[in-house]
Design a binder for this molecule. Sequence first.
Ligand code: ADP
Length: 362
Amino acid sequence: METLLEVKNLIHRYNQKVVLDIEGFELSKGEVLALIGPNGAGKSTFLRILNLLEKPTQGIVNIFGITPINNRQRHNLRKKMVMIFQEPLLFKSTVYNNVSYGLRMRKKNKDFIKNKVLEALEKFGISHLINRQAGTLSGGEAQRVSLARALVLEPEILLLDEPFAALDQPTREELRDDLYKIIRRENQTTLHVTHDRNEALVISDNVAVMNEGEILQRGRTEDVFNKPIDEFVANFLGVETILYGKITSKSDGLCIVNINNHKLEVVSDLEVGKRVITCIRPENVTLLKYSLKAPLTSARNSFISTIKDISSYGLVYRVIMDCGFNLTSFITKESLDRLNLKIGEKIIANIKATSIHLLSRK
Ligand code: ADP
């Protein structure tokens, strides 16, 4: 796959403080990468450097095979990328004038511009807003206009810096879904900065997790979510149960992990005697009624647990249980009703040996 963007040995400092330290980073043509990390991790700074708005203190930023050394080169490379921010930056004029601006600057002919603008407005479902003044638009409409204005230029790289963060939830989800349909259809290379792991999970092929200026892990979204590289990444990506234990025996790739004198069976490459951090995602813990005792014998990890807490968590419910150690499960409203779960009651929690991830501990 062709590399569009490459970074090597990048260090960036503000007032002597290192805010970015990235050994290597690449973005390939057609890739949709989510860059996630907590506030202050350095995501926006990194994006500004990639967009050549800021020069790194040290290191190489190579775009389309070119490392720009002067402003003219920087200017020419910047024309091939567009960046969208949290707040849409529209100027005081009509939607048409806003969306056509970049093409007018590029001295395209009138008919070409008109066709492209109409097409872009249509794509984002805002054709009816064509003559509206930018100042009269809602937040969601304004962000649609700013995306149309960016994508009408057919950029090689789309850089998104939390573009939905200022919108209310239904507006955000609608715009996100529409934008991602367009990105997929047009095979648009995209780097999307977000602090929302669910957004990353929904939108991206690949994900990079950043903290304190470093990229801790980068890989296929599913792999990173299921096999986090360390405890920070596990935590940040929503692994709710993190337990310390030790591998006490192993046969045919199946490890027995001792946690507080409870045994967990886990498929892992790690060796006997290793001290481990056990990561269990809440989606991978299924619940069964206590009265149905049969599953206890068939499932590898089956625990009689006492329900300690039930709370709503977006579209699912979070159930915290005590089974000798604390265990968290996410279940749907339908399961909650069917199982008739109540705090203080017993339940059977099952976890597949293949859906537990072990990290080596020193
Ligand atoms: P994120 O986008 O992940 O929230 P930022 O890139 O905004 O993180 O910030 C990374 C770090 O750099 C933070 O500690 C922030 O305070 C600092 N920082 C960002 N911009 C500046 C600036 N212009 N001057 C000084 N410090 C800055």
